[in-house]
Design a protein around this ligand. Structure first.
Ligand code: 7RM
Length: 656
């Protein structure tokens, strides 16, 4: 982020100066009520994480808590366990009939799935997958809507030691294809379709298109969700319910090494194809179970917890599936959009199920703010006792609105910073201990060691701004990039040395040592809490036959969040008009997915470039955000900027 923008963001953040002490009644009942846990964990981080690993059931105990050869790290070395066993089997005896998921389909149907039922379904599916030829170590792709069969599919893979690779159902056929090919998945589990805003998302059609160019896929398992007619390929495609019914319900969980891969999840980087983030088993489960327990103050017997993310993102992996199930808690799983059939859908679900905890993203909160307080006020939300935020910086105005109108002015709001790579929350308040400052993610979780440093890696100290770094790994931290160890080292451990992890975010420390996250410092955008690289959108645009060159930037507004602005030059004889703009938006949706569609496209005769021909995105960002232009001294074609500025402002006027 350019410096001026950073200053503006900080100014906006610091205008809200109210702080919120944890309510006494909350602290008295909180899972974390003694501030000593911070000191204990700081004094002996390995001892602390070891105590957290005790939350799990291990088939064999570990020999070593942490083995480091920076930037490589292994946790709970020698330990053996199984993720599916920890999520299911170990709950059966004492609370097998507890609801694991209150599922709500978008069209309105509901289904409660108990731990016992989920265990049976997972065991059967795991056996069925074995029959289809899936063995320990084989990768399985999953491309599904938010239905109970999705966590079941993940856990069935975990049960037999097959790493899963979940691809968000909003991604296109091409995105699915690339991810399947990168991980060389053997089986795909998908559905005929899913519901979103009253429409059917044609998952199986997309999958069929993807599978035209995937060599590794041998079998496709299809859940019948919408019961639409879909193409079933003889010998390749099987119906989920049929193979599950036919399989035995007895499937002992495979003992896995703590460091065996649990899953791969793809995320956007600055250049090239998405990176396959690799998570292993023991450290990952320890990290997510511990953070989920303390940060959301989970009481498994009484809470009804709702993380409203999609399981296709890491938030769903860690805080809809693995964390909550390891902790034996009851969750809500909702398939659809927050505004279907009306803009109070979420609030009616919370009222119906007496939800006690809600975890969502600032972008969703801002949408709700726009829709107005009438929608939440039509419902009794008094059951809520903790609210969480994740995915991007939350502006203080949204924070206050969230607490006031959703939390009834009383609930702690925990703003949780973390990434696909960290696997678990790293910076967050503990709701019974931390004095909250709206807009700040507050402090590192016990056993996590962060800092803010300058260009040369020197700590900036209280009051300073710079780059966020992690000085020690947390247990759920990723181990590598699938099939690309070099990229792992280069992307994250070259900037500040191989024992300092660089997540790519800018941050400021205030005088109390609170962290204020300022967004990405690289070419990765954060669109509605989802990472998309400028590079990916540019590639999709130039892939269109009419486009010659494209540069993409994120336009950040502290109140609106980030939107995508594209600058395109077209090929000769092509008219850069509204029709082409709509067509290109559609094209990007097809190549990547709807979430990557540029909000606006500015057609221009040329792009600002350095003498060596590099596009100066920094200047385009200044144009997009209406700021004064930064340093233009290295620019080769300065006059083009005036033309682009004129175009951009006339287009902004058209938008209004
Ligand atoms: C969980 C998730 C990671 C990126 C990360 C940040 C941004 C996430 C916050 C946040 C400010 C937060 N994984 N980010 N949480 N920024 N405050 N509480 O989002 O891999 O998809 O994205 O998201 O830039 O690097 S992710």
């Amino acid at each position: 982020m350019p410096e001026k923008e950073v200053e503006k963001t900080i100014d906006a953040l610091l205008q809200e100066r109210r702080t919120f002490e944890p309510p006494k009644e909350f602290t008295e009942q909180a899972n974390a009520s003694d501030p000593a846990i911070y000191e204990e964990a700081e004094r002996d981080p390995e001892g602390w994480w070891e105590s957290q690993a005790e939350r799990l059931d291990w088939f064999e105990r570990w020999d070593t808590v942490l083995e480091q050869d920076p930037p490589w790290h292994k946790w709970f070395v020698g330990g053996k366990l199984n993720a599916s066993y920890n999520c299911l089997d170990r709950h059966l005896e004492s609370h097998g009939d507890r609801v694991a998921y209150h599922w709500v389909g978008e069209p309105g149907e509901t289904r409660d799935v108990s731990y016992r039922e989920l265990h049976e379904e997972v065991s059967r599916l795991a056996n069925a997958l074995k029959d289809l030829g899936v063995a320990k170590g084989d990768r399985v792709a999953i491309y599904m809507p938010m239905i109970p069969e999705l966590p079941a599919a993940m856990l069935a893979c975990a049960r037999i030691g097959a790493p899963h690779s979940v691809v968000f159902g909003g991604f296109s056929a091409e995105s699915l294809r690339d991810r399947i090919n990168d991980a060389e998945c053997k089986v795909l589990i998908t559905a005929d379709g899913g519901y979103r805003k009253g429409n059917v998302v044609p998952l199986k059609d997309n999958a069929d298109e993807a599978l035209e160019s995937t060599e590794s896929i041998e079998k496709v398992v299809v859940v019948q969700r919408t019961d639409e007619d879909v193409n079933m390929v003889e010998g390749r495609d099987v119906v989920y319910s049929e193979i599950v019914q036919a399989a035995s319900a007895d499937c002992p969980a495979e003992p896995m090494d703590a460091e065996d891969i649990l899953y791969i999840l793809y995320t956007s980087g600055t250049t090239g194809k998405p990176k396959g983030i690799v998570h292993t088993t023991g450290g990952y489960l320890t990290g997510v179970a511990s953070t989920h327990h303390y940060i959301f103050d989970i009481k498994p017997e009484s809470d009804v917890y709702w993380c409203a993310a999609d399981i296709g993102w890491v938030t769903g992996h860690s805080y809809i599936v693995y964390g909550p199930l390891v902790n034996g808690c009851t969750s809500i799983l909702y398939e659809g959009a927050p505004d279907h059939p009306d803009k109070d859908r979420w609030w009616s679900i919370i009222e119906d199920h007496r939800a006690t905890i809600l975890y969502t993203a600032p972008t969703a909160i801002r949408s709700c703010m726009k829709w107005g307080v009438d929608y939440p006020q039509k419902h009794d939300l008094s059951s809520l006792r903790v609210l969480g935020s994740v995915g991007e910086p939350i502006n203080p105005e949204a924070w206050i609105w969230y607490q006031e109108f959703i939390g009834g002015g009383k609930t702690p709001v925990v703003d949780t910073w973390w990434q696909t790579e960290t696997g678990q929350i790293v910076i967050s308040a503990l709701p019974g201990l931390t004095t909250l400052k709206p807009g700040s993610a507050t402090k590192p979780f016990p056993g996590s060691f962060a800092d803010v440093v300058d260009e040369s890696g020197e700590p900036v100290g209280p009051g300073g701004g710079g780059y966020l770094v992690l000085k020690r790994p947390v247990p759920a931290m990723f181990r590598t990039i699938f099939n690309d160890a070099d990229r792992y080292v280069e992307t994250y451990f070259e900037r500040f040395g191989n024992d300092v992890y660089f997540p790519g975010d800018g941050a400021k420390l205030d005088d109390d040592g609170y962290y204020w996250l300022l967004g990405r410092v690289d070419d990765v955008m954060n669109i509605a809490g989802h990472r998309i690289s400028t590079y990916e959108v540019e590639s999709a645009l130039v892939d269109h036959p009419d486009v010659a060159e494209a540069a993409v930037v994120g336009r950040v507004d502290p109140k609106e969040g980030e939107t995508i602005v594209a600058f395109c030059t077209v090929k000769s004889g092509v008219e850069g008009d509204d029709d082409l703009m709509q067509e290109l938006r559609g094209h990007v949706a097809k190549v990547i997915g709807k979430l990557a569609r540029p909000h606006s496209i500015i057609f221009t005769d040329d792009l600002p470039k350095t003498r060596s021909g590099k596009i100066m995105r920094r200047l385009l960002r200044d144009v997009a955000t209406g700021q004064e232009l930064g340093d233009v001294s290295t620019l080769q074609n300065a006059p083009i900027l005036d033309a682009i500025k004129a175009k951009a402002s006339s287009q902004a006027a058209d938008d209004e």
